[in-house]
Design a protein around this ligand. Structure first.
Ligand code: NAD
Length: 420
């Protein structure tokens, strides 16, 4: 059985393999490769939190910045009991490439705390977040490093970080985080942005592959913020969501699921199991279903050499970060499956985060229609740039996305030169 440490190393190894593959295409010098493979800054903090029963616990948190050649660092904050530095190195690196693919002026970062937030009260969670924010305020700031929500953190977490940072400065600094509540400088449309970005690139991919999205069969792994939203948005395009799953497994109906009732059922029962008019399936079964588009929207390392051969979808849209390992990728290429890689497919979230930061800095806010219009422009441009490279160089979409991203970061690094 694969341990958590193996999985983290796999994620980092996969990220490094993908970088090296692009670096080979670009003929990058060994010195530049070394710089681009390494996190620029890695901050580890151990800090006390007073619990509701009066006891004191010490938690470990991190903030890692991968590369800031193209602008301030940007990336989410994750609360997870199995969080490791290796995970964060890989995820921070993915953020650098994602910002470069979308051509937004940021570098990559990631952070988090080793904690199972479900075991904490709301007050303990607020205390932990405020102390963690204070500890990492050595690095974060509107000009330096701008966190956002990730797994198990949300708009409220960002509000606490923004308030803590502002209290230390003595004035309100809304642009220090993105993904905030709208009443304190959040952007209209941010909560749906990642899923909307996935929707926009799926539309482009369907056009390219001659697949009619209307009636297309969709399977979504993960029914969280991104998974549930993308399922709803694609239904709006006329697609049939035939399967969805969460940690406890999933449900399948080849005629299409009644998503409204699934959502209500999931909220009431905290599980999908037992939902009427659908077959119970495992997560592994979901990945191998007969469908047109498979959307991994849960966690890393879900598609591996062990299950990739069973995948029947024509398109895989990686809403999750790092869901496919190198072996699975090779199998998908052999099978001719069109993979929309994470650094392209889920770039909508960071793009609208960028829009939020721009609006905060200008204190001038747009409506949701404006946000979605601009998001569509960014995603469509990124898709066509990646697709052009894929065709010109005769490579898969992931390699093409990495060639675009790594090329942009390499150019910025070479233009700036090495200090001193
Ligand atoms: P979330 O915590 O809201 O949802 C995750 C979902 O996955 C939950 O429904 C959970 O039950 C389910 N899940 C966990 N393990 C599973 C498994 N083995 N099989 C099936 N389902 C499983 O998180 P989210 O914000 O929706 O993020 C999902 C993914 O998208 C993550 O990889 C995240 O890094 C990535 N992502 C999110 C954003 C964003 O804006 N939220 C942006 C870019 C990328």
């Amino acid at each position: 059985m694969m341990t958590e440490t193996d999985q983290s190393q796999n994620l980092l190894q996969t990220a490094r393999n993908q970088f090296n593959n692009a670096a080979d295409f670009l003929g990058l010098e060994p010195g530049l490769r070394k710089v681009m493979l390494t996190c620029k800054r890695e901050l580890t903090v151990n800090f006390p939190v007073q619990m509701d029963n009066g006891s004191v616990e010490v938690y470990t948190g991190y903030r890692f910045q991968h590369n800031v050649a193209r602008g301030p660092a940007k990336g989410g904050i994750r609360y997870h009991a199995q969080l490791t530095p290796e995970d964060l190195r890989a995820l921070a690196m993915l953020m650098t490439w994602k910002c470069a693919v979308a051509d937004i002026p940021y570098g990559g970062a990631k952070g988090g705390v080793v904690v199972d937030p479900k075991k904490l009260s709301q007050r303990e969670l607020e205390n932990l977040t405020r102390r963690y924010a204070t500890e990492i305020s050595l690095l974060i700031g509107p000009d330096t490093d701008i966190p956002a929500p990730d797994i198990n953190t949300d708009a409220q977490t960002m509000a606490w970080i923004m308030d803590t940072y502002s209290m230390q400065k003595g004035y309100s600094v809304t642009a220090v985080v993105t993904g905030k509540p709208i009443n304190i400088g959040g952007a209209e449309g941010r909560s749906e942005a990642t899923a909307r970005g996935v929707q926009y690139v799926i539309r482009e991919a369907c056009r390219e592959k001659d697949i009619n999205l209307e009636g297309a069969r969709i399977a979504v792994q993960g029914f969280g913020n991104v998974g549930a939203t993308i399922a709803r948005l694609l239904m709006g395009d006329g697609a049939r969501v035939v399967a969805i799953s969460n940690t406890n497994g999933g449900i399948y109906n080849p005629e299409g699921l009644d998503l409204k009732n699934v959502t209500i059922y999931n909220q009431e029962h905290h599980t999908l199991a037992g939902f009427p008019n659908a077959d119970k399936i495992t997560n592994q079964e979901l990945l191998g279903l007969d469908c047109d588009i498979l959307i991994p929207a849960a966690y890393e390392n879900q598609l591996t050499g062990a299950n990739a051969a069973q995948v029947k979808a024509r398109i895989i849209a990686e809403a999750a970060n790092g869901p496919t390992n190198t072996e699975a990728d090779r199998i998908f290429q052999d099978k001719g499956i069109f993979v929309l890689p994470d650094i392209l497919a889920n770039a909508g979230g960071v793009t609208v985060s960028y829009f939020e930061w721009v609006q905060d800095l200008q204190s001038f806010f747009w409506n949701e229609a404006e946000t979605n219009r601009r998001l569509n422009t960014v995603m469509s441009k990124a898709f066509s740039e990646v697709h052009n490279i894929a065709q010109e160089r005769k490579v898969d979409m992931r390699t093409a996305a990495y060639i675009l991203a790594v090329g942009r970061v390499a150019e910025a690094s070479l233009t700036r030169g090495i200090y001193p």
